[in-house]
Design a protein around this ligand. Sequence first.
Ligand code: CDP
Length: 218
Amino acid sequence: MDSIIIAIDGQASTGKSTQAKKIAKYFNYNYRDSGAYYRAITLYLIQKNISSDKSIPETILNKIHVEQSFEEGSLKIDLNGIDVTHKIRGFKVSSYVSKYAKKQEIRNFVYRQLRISAESSSLVIDGRDIGTVVFPKATFKFFLLADPKIRAQRRHKQINDLSVKVESIEKEIKTRDNIDSTREIAPLKKADDAFEIDVSCLNIEEVFEKLIQKINLQ
Ligand code: CDP
């Protein structure tokens, strides 16, 4: 593997994807949002009424095609040819995604997509287990975390929908973090060799500077 891999793992709503996109642009690398794969798969399975309680057959997973591309500077996610960029960020998918992401067959499916992408280019990838499981030999590894209240306030501001209460967002991200970090397969945890940043009191530019500084130093 000659490609450079920059893994940005961490808790929900810590700004991983914002940072990963900025780093990808800065170094002119490709970017992959691993969470977007889990979200798109979740959307597909919810739409087909396929429960997360049972194992998902390969024949069903093979019908799911997720594409990530950049359009006018922003990431576009297509599910079987349909633009689902906004739909996968909705409350319903957010509430279900961690239940589906626990499943080994779904994780294997996503791992395959990510590893194929890395064969042809250097990548910045954000997620939960990129530096621990998907690319344990990643060139650079980061782990972002923050106070749940601050994360909920930031996400609330980002979705800009007054009908959604900040308290519900806080509950949703805490529940997800709990499922993600206690699951048996590929739990959310810092890799021993990852550089940890608490972003509670840092703005986007301050976090970005820390990341770039660390990359340039190594
Ligand atoms: O943007 P946010 O941090 O809220 O979440 P995301 O990165 O879109 O990920 C959504 C969910 O997908 C997470 O809560 C995890 O359950 C799952 N996920 C995962 O299990 N492994 C990854 N590498 C990325 C996401």
